[in-house]
Each structure stands twice: as C-alpha cells, then as structure tokens.
Design a binder for this molecule. Structure first.
Ligand code: XMP
Length: 523
C-alpha cells in the first residue's frame, strides 16, 4: 500500500497517450500526484484522499452508451475538478450538459495547433491570460460539448471549439477542450500549476526529501523485521532502490550482484566500491561468468540469447537467496512508467511490466513479496532521489544498459574473448565522450562488435580483424531516437584510438540509423 502525502492530486486516466504528462506537470509544480485508471479510481480516491481531481483525455466517445465515466464520489466530494478533453466531455455528460459527435455538431473534430480567444477572466489562467488575448493550444478531439451543465459558463473559445474553456467557479470545476499537458500548449504547465496552487490551494512543497522520509516509513511498516533481498544491476534504478531500503531497514537488506561476464569494463568493481565500501550495504557478488559463457556457446539467435540469460539469471539469484536462508521480500527498482495500468477498452486494464531487469517469476517461486519503493517515480525523479541519497551526478546520469549486456552488442555467437575485445573498445569510446563533455547530451552510447572480418594494414603487415560499430543516440524514453551528430574529428579520434589500442579490431564504423526504422541496440 502506498502512503500518499497529505496534499495530493488524483488523476483519473481515461486512456490518453499523454496522461503521464499531467502527473509530471503536477509534480513539477511541487504537488504529489498519482494516476488511477477510471475503473479503479474510486479505491484510489478513498485511499489517497486527494485535494483535487483531474480527469484525463481518452480515445472513447462519451456518446457511446458504455463509455467510461468518473466515479460519482468525485463530484459528491465538493473537491475542485479539472477535466481535459475527454475529461471535459465526461464532466458535461455526468453533470447534465450535452456532448455530440463532431460530425453531428456541425464540423469534424479539431486536431493539432489551434488558437483560442480569452473571453472572460478565470482562476485557471489568473495572472497568465487576459480577456481579449489569443493563445496557442493543442487540440485533439472528435466530439464536442454542445450544451453546458448548469452552473458552467464559457470563458474562452476557439474556432472549432466554442467551449474551449468552461468554468463553474462556485463549485471549482474547470474544463478545457485542449490538452494543457503537452508542450504544444506553451502555457499549459502554468495552467496546471494554477489549478493545483490557486484553485486547490496546495502549497507546492512536495520534495524528494519528503518522498524519502515518507518512503522510509512505508518500507519499515511493510517489511517489519523481515529479510529483503535485492538484485543489483549496476544501473541507477536498482541502486537507488537498494540505498533507500538500506536506509530504512539497515542490514535486514542483502544485495546480490550477478556478474554474468557481459558487463562493461570495471563495472563490477565500481558496484563493489559503491555499495560495500561507500554505503556499507551487505553485498554478495556472484562470479557467474563461466556458466553464462558455457550456456551461450553456440547460441547466435538474439531472442535465444535473451531467454537463456534471463533464465540463468533467475537460477543464479535463486541459489544465492537459498544460501542466505531465503528472504521474505524481493526488492526491485520498478518505475512508474512500468506499472501504470494502461486503459484498454476491450479486455479491461492491463499491466505492462518490463521484465528485462526483473527477476521475473522468482517472487512466486520462492514465496517472496515485492518491495518496490520507486513505483511512483519517473526516471528523472529517481535521479533526483539518487542525488538526495548522496549519489554523485556521474552515477545518477549513467546511460541505460540492457539486462543481457554485451551479449546483444555482439551479433552472432558470444564468447569471453569477444566480450573482452568489446569491453576495451567501448571503454575508449565512452572515455572520449566524457572527455569531450558530451556524455550528458547523449541518451545512450556504446560500441558493438560485428561478426565480420575485414582486411587492414598496420605497419608493414596485413591484418584480418573484426569491425567495431559505434552507436550514439539522443532520446527521451528510448521509444524513438535520433543519431547523435558527432563531428568528424571526434569520430576519427575514437576510431584511431580503438584500432591502435584494441587488438582484434582493425576497422571502425559509425551507425547513422535513427529509430525507427532502426532500433537502438543492434540485436
Ligand atoms: P531498442 O534496441 O529496442 O532499445 O531500440 C530500447 C531501449 O531498451 C534497451 N533494451 C533492453 N533492455 N533488456 C533490457 O534490459 C533487453 O533485452 C533490452 N533490449 C533493448 C536498450 O538498451 C534501449 O535503452
């Protein structure tokens, strides 16, 4: 169970692609917020006891009989409510207004950039917009409100949406046809900030220090005097989770780091130094390189590699947990985007959890419960929490690294010799990126080792060695990515160093493919 801070906002999700952005904007305004799918929103409301509610957009049409609604408790509570797009239509449908499909309401929907005209002052844009002004907003709707519920008035209009912003100031109800959570509504973040501060009256003093204190209390309550085991990957999420849990329950926590031989150069030593020496956290390091390499021999299909590594990882972890005499809880660095239930209108809500870093299946097999203290946080909030816990910027800013490690950066068959070659090339590349001050501008950068040999000449001798590919992309979430445009001098410096310093590589190429159509990793 989550203990929500006393001042919070509940966001009811009707399935919009951008609901997470509402949560982000509210948190950026210093107010804690959580998203709950519409069909479990009543429970969330009772648990959180929020100070205001936001109804998200969504793909359904309120004109359809079985379309989703907000729980009545929201309107009975007397709390401020903000409806966005579908949220506006839901408010009208439930409070006595009228919504019609766009084509019946005299025109198709409105999609993309639009300009609204401010008609009257409104607490939602107090101090931001004045009557008579025009402002850019982002619309995306088919249906339209055609009659207002009692108590509401129109305060801003647009060409395609005569009810662009409506307000019932007596009841503190506001609703917009446009999406204020996206960057294409340039003042959108300010409007959301006005809603939580001015309309809901919240102070905006939610900080990572408060989150840390709340979570520590929550972990202590959940774990009691039980034992917790945590798998460290060397990445930011599991590290922050482990440090936070250790702060809460001390040596009731044991961390396990499995060295599968597919790590970057010196990674294992860095983890040991940080956890064992710096934070004094009980840490077991398992040297499992030999068994992973044995299992990978002869395997060249990318999915087979992933399957083997995932399965073997669970086996190793389970053995270690047994050696410890078992544990009551398994700690994981699961993040908010991994657990938000995405609303589906056919089969009910579905939960998507990335299984990459998780020891999937293990909790059930060993009868362990989960401790997931980062479940409510976004990636950059985890970084903030990491800093709050004393991790340095270099550590919290680390690029993501895939669970299967170097195995998916060596197309074809993987062995220790090839991993060693790749580790050296990758370390040179990253060192040059750091020296050039480019590391933080890049989402992910790494080298790959191709199963191709080409001819070269070094000194007077002919060489016949492997090709190394370099990859660097910018991205915000890994779903799409652009190539990082290094200058030619940088790339030739890296290429020269790799060929000179890494035996086994005699040619370096730069990958110029964006995602889509490429992927970030090569396998
Ligand atoms: P792709 O290659 O699909 O990668 O564009 C998107 C992001 O996901 C990471 N990735 C993985 N992470 N296990 C992981 O833990 C995997 O099997 C895996 N495959 C890709 C990749 O590094 C990038 O950040």
């Amino acid at each position: 169970m989550t203990i929500a801070p006393s001042d919070s906002i509940l966001i009811i999700d009707f399935g919009s692609q951008v609901t997470q952005l509402i949560a982000r904007r509210v948190r950026e305004a210093g107010v804690y917020s959580e998203i709950a799918p519409f069909n479990s929103a009543e429970d969330a409301f009772k648990r959180m006891q929020p100070k205001g509610v936001i109804l998200s957009g969504g793909p359904a049409s309120v004109c359809d009989a079985d379309s989703p609604r907000a729980p009545q408790i929201v309107f009975d509570s007397g709390l401020p409510v903000l409806g966005i797009c579908y949220g506006q239509q839901v408010m009208m449908a439930q409070l006595g207004g009228k919504v019609q499909p766009g084509h019946e309401a005299g025109g198709g929907g409105e999609f993309g950039r639009a300009f609204l005209e401010v008609q009257k002052p409104c607490p939602l844009y107090d101090g931001i917009w004045q009557p008579g002004e025009k402002h850019q907003v982002w619309m995306s709707h088919g249906d339209k409100v055609t009659a207002l519920a009692d108590g509401f008035e129109v305060v801003a209009t647009s060409e395609g949406a005569p009810y662009a912003v409506i307000a019932d100031t007596a009841r503190h109800y506001y609703a917009t046809q446009f999406h204020m959570e996206v960057v294409h509504t340039p003042d959108g973040a300010k409007l959301l900030s006005n809603f939580v501060h001015q309309v809901c009256g919240l102070a905006g003093d939610w900080t990572m220090a408060e989150f840390r204190a709340t979570k520590i209390a929550e972990i202590r309550e959940q774990v009691g005097d039980g034992r917790v085991i945590c798998g460290l990957s060397g990445g930011v999420d599991s590290s922050v989770a482990a440090i936070l849990i250790h702060e809460a329950i001390g040596d009731q926590l044991t961390c396990v780091f499995v060295d599968h031989g597919l790590l970057r150069l010196n990674e294992r030593e860095q983890v040991e130094r940080l956890f064992r020496d710096h934070y004094n956290i009980p840490l077991i390091v398992v040297d499992a390189e030999a068994r992973f390499m044995a299992g990978l021999a002869g395997v060249s299909d990318p999915e087979k590699k992933r399957k083997f590594i995932g399965g073997e990882f669970i086996d190793v972890f389970e053995e270690e947990a047994k050696k410890l005499g078992g544990a009551d809880f398994l700690a994981q660095g699961t993040l908010y985007p991994d657990v938000i239930e995405s609303v589906s209108f056919t089969g009910g809500p579905s939960v998507t959890i990335k299984s990459h870093h998780n020891v999937g299946g293990l909790p059930e097999r060993m009868n362990m419960k989960l401790v997931e203290p980062l479940r409510e946080l976004f990636k950059d909030e985890v970084r903030d929490l990491g800093r709050e816990l004393g991790l340095n910027d270099q550590f919290v800013g680390r690029h993501p690294f895939p669970g299967p490690g170097l195995a998916i950066r060596i197309p074809g068959e993987v062995d220790k010799a090839r991993c060693d070659i790749l580790r050296k090339a990758d370390a040179i590349y990253l060192e040059e990126i750091r020296n050039a001050g480019l590391y933080d501008a890049i989402w992910q950068a790494f080298a790959v080792l191709l199963p191709v040999r080409t001819v070269g000449v070094m000194g007077d001798a002919r060489t016949y060695d492997s090709v190394c590919g370099l990859r660097a992309v910018t991205s915000t979430d890994g779903m799409t990515a652009d190539v990082y445009p290094f200058d030619a001098a940088f790339l030739s410096r890296v290429a020269t160093r790799i060929v000179n310093e890494v035996e086994g590589i005699n040619r370096v190429v730069y990958d110029y493919t964006s995602k889509p159509p490429g992927t970030i990793e090569w396998e």
